[in-house]
Design a protein around this ligand. Structure first.
Ligand code: UD1
Length: 435
């Protein structure tokens, strides 16, 4: 077991470059199964969820190689259409293999992702969509088998703009008979990135990022080369770390339109932001200002994944901030841990009220989930004294070498092996399935 040890109160300064977006890399790797050849994917972050996805691809017969941040996936031969239960249970996004495998192999067998500490997170929309495309689905306890001779286009109305369901439909319908229409699709930048990848391979997907997506099914796809978009959630994590430490940093390889929903929040906190094409320079005031109200919603509104690090930053703002979480019901679970730093955050159902305190003190905490874990690191960077963050395997799922990048910005943070793993970590920091 590894932990982060942080000695807080260093203002972050300097330059940092974003790595590729986890939430783009995962669906694009899943989609690579559709292509009988070798796809080359650049800017593919080397983080735990990507490694798990690569393991799944290899278990299905794909040949995968990584050179630096470039990954090649050769799916010429797929030898299996079942995903191991244990791997499936560690990562919810493996549900995306259902669409790609049924399209490529005619049948797919997967286990349902289990419960998650940030909400119940059902997969009903995925199942309903695949059925609409003509797949026959059999559920057997916690496993699902999905079969179709040939998927056929359909009109699918999503009751909620689910990112994963939109991706699954785009992947499954890319090679199909006829036209598929998704009404109320998710519009996240990662959806557009997946559509761009598939279109480079010969798919005909129109309207990604808009309120209706049309997919003209094609007979087959061909290999392509693609560069994954930079990780906007990583950007908002660095921004939160800069804000809470009163720092001054420049983030490279940002896509301003992807970050547009978070800029007003940092402005309201009193941070100054300067954009120069793909460079974002920011400086933070000595004391942050409160933010009246943040509501998480699907893109183009404030992202739920940025909520946790921003909550951490607001703990030391002057005044009271309010955050309403509208996507995942348990996304404030990390707040119990956060308050160990001396913050004053109360949660009532989906609403957090953050009464800003003057300063935080170091704490011994455990990550409850990926983004909640990152929030604890953000708090530790500003806290007086030493902080230990445990169960950091959650953080490693979505951040590649977070501690090295923060260290390069002047933070005092180390990854160390914890010889004495406490009972608490064993019991409470157990792996779960989170976004
Ligand atoms: C993706 C992201 C995650 C992000 C989330 C919302 C990946 C790998 N993960 O997760 O980081 O926080 O989008 O931006 O890209 N829902 C159902 N039934 C379904 C599917 C979803 O009820 O069949 C619900 C979920 O429980 C949740 C909401 O819809 O309350 C949004 O989920 P969704 O957009 O599907 O998130 P993910 O794709 O799992």
């Amino acid at each position: 077991m590894e932990i982060f040890k942080i000695s807080g109160q260093n203002a972050l300064t300097g330059d940092v470059t974003l790595h590729g977006a986890k939430n783009s890399a995962l669906p694009i790797l899943c989609a690579a199964i559709l292509i009988k050849g070798t796809c080359t994917i650049h800017n593919c972050p080397d983080l735990r969820d990507v490694r798990t996805t690569i393991k799944i691809l290899e278990s299905l017969g794909c040949k995968v190689n990584r050179h630096g941040d470039t990954v090649t996936v050769n799916s010429a031969e797929i030898t299996d259409s079942q995903i191991d239960e244990n791997v499936m249970r560690t990562m919810r996004s493996s549900i995306l293999f259902l669409g790609s495998l049924v399209s490529r192999m005619g049948c797919a067998s997967i286990y349902l992702p289990g419960g998650c500490d940030i909400g119940t997170r059902p997969v009903d929309m995925h199942i309903h969509a695949l059925k609409s495309l003509g797949a026959v689905i059999r559920e057997n306890g916690s496993s699902i088998t999905c079969c179709a001779d040939k998927l056929t286009g359909a009109k699918i109305i999503l009751p909620f703009a689910s990112v994963g369901a939109t991706e699954n439909i785009m992947i499954a319908a890319a090679i199909s008979k006829g036209r598929t229409t998704i009404v109320n699709p998710a519009r996240e930048p990662e959806i557009c990135d997946l559509a761009e990848f598939l279109n480079k391979c010969g798919a005909r997907i129109y309207g990604a990022g808009e309120s209706t997506v049309e997919i003209e099914g094609v007979e087959s796809l061909h290999p392509c080369e693609h560069r994954i978009i930079p990780d906007r959630i990583l950007a908002s994590t660095y921004m939160s770390a800069c804000a809470i430490t009163g720092g001054e940093i420049t983030i490279h390889d940002v896509r301003p339109t992807h970050l547009a929903p978070v800029f007003p929040v940092f402005n309201e906190m009193g941070c100054r932001l300067y954009l120069d094409r793909d460079k974002l320079r920011m400086d933070a005031p000595k004391r942050l200002k409160r933010v009246k109200m943040i509501k998480t919603m699907p893109f183009p509104a404030f992202p739920t994944d940025s909520q946790s690090p921003v909550t951490a930053a607001l703990t030391v703002a002057k005044g009271t901030s309010v955050i309403k979480e509208n996507i995942f019901e348990n996304r404030f679970r990390f707040v119990n841990q956060l308050n160990r730093f001396g913050s004053d955050v109360t949660v009532d159902e989906q609403m957090a009220v953050i009464n800003g305190v003057k300063s935080l003190h170091g704490a011994d905490v455990y990550a409850t989930d990926l983004r909640g874990g990152a929030a604890l690191v953000v708090a530790g960077l500003a806290a007086q004294g030493e902080t230990i963050v445990r169960a950091i395997h959650h953080i490693d799922r979505g951040y590649a070498r977070l501690e090295e990048n923060l260290k390069a910005l002047g933070a005092d943070i180390k990854r160390i092996k914890d010889e004495e793993v406490t009972e608490k970590e064993n019991n409470e920091g157990k792996p779960n399935i989170c976004p």
